[in-house]
Every structure is written in structure tokens, then in C-alpha cells.
Design a protein around this ligand. Structure first.
Ligand code: FE2
Length: 398
């Protein structure tokens, strides 16, 4: 997905910290901590913290290492001057020494310090002179990682004031990092549970389990293309796999019937939207609440001809207008037990033709504006493509 998670973050002014008064530095620190506590994603938090630390300490570079206790290494995706992920064993270098001692290391001449590991300089062509390395400890005193700041600008080395500032930064960073790690763990657990529950519903049906993964990624890309808030795009990725969870309430005889369904069976099949809404109803969790709206409304159509309630236009929640398109697109482009896949050109034509009737035209525009990304994350399961004209009702995957 193209949009950076940092898109909404305004970088602090890059004015040199040495020109700031003590109050100015304090203001920076406060602004810095406010931003960090608001950021819930580790991948966004770390670069922001590295940039601000570099500015506050008038340093040339900053690297933030996270401790992997099980592998006994420090790793960093955030090291100024290199895009590579750095992995450092705990046996080598100043950062490892910082973890082992749990204390700040202020190195005034790196190349004269026998603990300094020259490998990174050799690989990157950089020349490290001075190092200020501080452990990032949580409230229990456990080391979570290391902040390493290189080459103080303008003066010979880092001073006691720099050590104090870095101690404040790492103390706040530890809380923010722990929060972000917990947030990631919770989202991972929620995501895992949702996918397993959704797979249970898919198992009853003729769709493949991969359908829910593909259509959820497509839904998130469309949400991004519509410039929805990032929380919305993140949530729809997790919420949309449950769109057909109501199939758990539909009898196997109908779900696995090989031929055409009778009118009565179709009516029963369509109730999966209502069953899904019931299963998900009443949650206080915003992801499950979104899932409920999607499950209930993903077969509504923009012109009001859908089911179960015949909602039209903006009466249909945006998340359901998005997943409706993602669901149909995936059903068209992939083979199912009851049909072959349609060619991409034909599928796209059907999506375009459905703008204003089946689909929200703005959602269709957003879909086509990110078509490359959508195709990259939604490749068909099978190369088998139907040469037959599509039958009536194929635009209504149940
Ligand atoms: Fe459905």
C-alpha cells in the first residue's frame, strides 16, 4: 500500500537544538512525548523518535535498537544512513555493552575504544567519532532496547546535558514502545481470531479461505484511495473478513447444493446478512461494530435494489459499499466450485458498468485509481477463465 503511515505526522521544525533555550528544549521534549504517546504503530514510532532525538541532541545520526531476548540480538530498522535492517549480537559493540551494563555509554573517540564494533562503519563507509548510547528501560527496569546517537555536531563530544536529555527521551520512549508492542499484540490476536472465525464460515461455503484475505486487502486499498482516516483503513482490513460469517446460520444443504437454488433457498441464503448482523451485534469493540455493519449491508446496492433492507446511496455504510465491490471483484476474478473465473478485462468492465447501480461511483473511481495495487494483492487463485457470457446473478455473490 502506497500511503505512508506517517502521512498524517507533521515533522517538528528541524532548527538546531543548540540554538534553543532550556525552555525551548523542554517544549520540544514535551511535543516529542505527546506525539509518541499518540502513535500506536511501532514502525511509525521508531523513525519519528530517531529523528527527534537526532535534532534534540545536535547529532549526525541516531539508531534505535530493539532487544530480541530470545535470539539474543539487537535489531534496528531505524538507523540513519542505511536502509538495511541491522542485527547486532549481544556480544559485540557499544550497543551490546549498553544492554549488558544497563548504563549510558558516552564514547569520546570510538576508534580508540576497544569495545567499538567497526563492522557497520566498514559496511556503510561512515566514520563514527563520538557515541552516546543509552538503554531504553521500562518502568520495571527491564532493558527494551538502545538509543545510539552518533557524532555530536559543533563540539568535540556529547556532554552531561546530552546524557540527561537522552535519559528523559529513552524513559518516555520505553513506555511508548511498550504501548505500541502491546497494541500490535492485541491487533494480531484480534486479527488471528477474526480470520479463524471467518474461515469457519468459509469452510461451510464453497469459497476458498483465500477469498477473505484477498477481499480484505482490496477493501483496505480502496479505503486508502478514498482518503479515509488511517484507523478506518486499518479496521476495514480486520473487519471485512467477517462479511459472510452469517453463513454459519445457513444450512449445509443449501450452502453445498451443487445446482441452482430455488426461490425459497435463495431467500434463506440471503438471510446470512441478517444472521451475520446478529452474531456480531452489541460489541463495544469498534472493529466488531464495523464487522456488524459490513455483514448486514454488504449485499445492499447503491440504487436500493439490494438486500436485506434495500438501502440506497449513503444509507449504506461506507465500509459496506467498499466491501461490496471488493467481494464482487474477488468472486468474478476467481474460480469457484459453481463457476469459472472471468477474465480481468471482463471483470473490470462489469465493475465499471455497475457504478451507480450496484456500486457507489466514488468507490468504483477509488478502485480504479489504485488498480495496480489491487491487482498486486488480489491475484486470482486459478488461471482458468470462462469463455461463457456471465449468467444473471453472478454479480450477486452470496
Ligand atoms: Fe455475502
Amino acid at each position: 500500500m502506497k500511503r505512508s503511515r506517517n502521512a498524517g505526522i507533521r515533522p517538528l521544525r528541524s532548527r538546531s537544538a543548540s540554538s534553543l533555550s532550556p525552555i525551548g528544549k523542554l517544549e520540544r521534549l514535551l511535543e516529542y512525548s505527546r506525539k509518541n504517546f499518540a502513535e500506536r504503530h511501532l514502525d511509525d514510532l521508531l523513525p519519528e523518535m530517531a529523528s527527534q532525538t537526532r535534532i534534540l541532541l545536535d547529532a549526525d545520526r541516531c539508531s534505535i535498537f530493539i532487544l530480541d531476548k530470545s535470539r539474543k540480538v539487537l535489531w534496528s530498522r531505524i538507523a540513519h544512513g542505511t536502509k538495511a535492517t541491522l542485527t547486532i549480537p549481544l556480544t559485540k559493540g557499544i550497543a551490546a555493552e549498553t544492554v549488558k551494563t544497563g548504563r549510558v555509554q558516552n564514547i569520546r573517540d570510538a576508534y580508540r575504544d576497544p569495545r567499538f564494533n567497526r563492522d557497520v562503519d566498514r559496511d556503510t563507509g561512515y566514520r563514527t567519532r563520538t557515541i552516546l548510547s543509552a538503554p531504553m528501560k521500562n518502568l520495571q527496569g527491564e532493558v527494551l532496547g538502545v538509543f545510539q546517537v552518533l557524532n555530536k555536531r559543533g563540539t568535540i563530544s556529547f556532554g552531561p546535558e546530552d546524557e540527561k536529555i537522552l535519559a528523559v527521551i529513552t524513559g518516555q520512549a520505553a513506555v511508548a514502545v511498550e504501548n505500541a508492542q502491546l497494541y500490535d499484540q492485541v491487533r494480531e490476536a484480534v486479527s488471528d481470531t477474526i480470520l479463524r472465525l471467518s474461515a469457519a464460515a468459509e469452510c461451510k461455503d464453497r469459497d476458498t479461505g483465500r477469498h477473505i484475505l484477498r477481499m480484505s486487502r482490496v477493501s483496505a486499498v480502496i479505503a486508502e484511495a478514498l482518503d479515509c482516516p488511517k484507523t478506518f483503513s486499518d479496521n476495514i482490513l480486520l473487519a471485512s473478513p467477517m462479511h459472510d460469517i452469517g453463513k454459519l446460520g445457513v444450512s449445509d444443504a443449501i450452502l453445498s447444493k451443487p445446482g441452482r437454488l430455488t426461490e425459497e433457498e435463495i431467500r434463506e441464503m440471503r438471510k446470512h446478512t441478517i444472521y451475520g448482523g446478529r452474531i456480531l451485534k452489541g460489541s463495544s469493540n469498534e472493529i466488531i461494530q464495523m464487522s456488524e455493519r459490513i455483514a448486514l449491508c454488504h449485499h445492499e446496492k447503491f440504487d436500493g435494489s439490494g438486500y436485506p433492507r434495500g438501502l440506497a446511496g449513503k444509507e449504506i455504510p461506507l465500509e459496506a459499499r467498499i466491501t461490496a465491490l471488493a467481494d464482487v471483484f474477488d468472486a468474478l476474478t476467481n474460480r469457484r466450485a459453481y463457476k469459472d473465473a472471468y477474465s480481468l478485462d471482463e471483470s473490470l468492465k462489469m465493475i465499471r458498468d455497475g457504478a451507480g447501480s450496484h456500486f457507489d461511483p466514488k468507490v468504483v473511481d477509488a478502485f480504479f485509481s489504485r488498480l495496480d495495487d489491487i491487482l498486486a494483492c488480489s491475484g486470482p487463485d486459478s488461471a482458468e477463465v470462462s469463455a461463457e457470457p456471465y449468467p444473471a446473478g453472478i454479480m450477486d455473490p452470496v
